[in-house]
Design a protein around this ligand. Structure first.
Ligand code: FES
Length: 109
């Protein structure tokens, strides 16, 4: 006995998997660099030849701590090594922070 098996394919709406690309500016400074939403700010800076101080690169040592002057970030980890007060004051950890908007970041830690 043989069966006819018919494959059904559904057409789903196309949802773009392309990461958004924001602009990251260091203040003071005049140049902006591309900051894709799928990678850390540290990785974006380094890809553009901008060296930011860092050590662990996983959000625990705080060596990369910097103040965000404007913009929003997200974190792929639950609670990066920042206190609630530091977060409220605008400090971020660029080694794990990912852009969610255009950003202006302190050039110095
Ligand atoms: S390099 Fe360690 S927290 Fe960013």
């Amino acid at each position: 006995m043989s069966r006819n098996i018919t494959a059904h394919t559904e057409t789903k709406p196309h949802i773009s998997q392309e990461p958004a690309v924001y602009q990251l500016s260091l203040y003071p400074g005049a140049r902006a660099i591309d900051a894709p939403s799928h990678q850390s700010l540290l990785a974006s800076a380094q890809a553009d030849g901008v060296e930011l101080h860092a050590s662990c690169r996983n959000g625990t040592c705080r060596a990369c701590l910097r103040r965000l002057h404007s913009g929003q970030v997200t974190y792929p980890i639950e609670w990066p090594g920042l206190s609630a007060q530091e977060k409220a004051e605008g400090y971020i950890l660029p080694c794990v922070a990912r852009p969610a908007s255009d950003l202006v970041l302190a050039a110095q830690g």
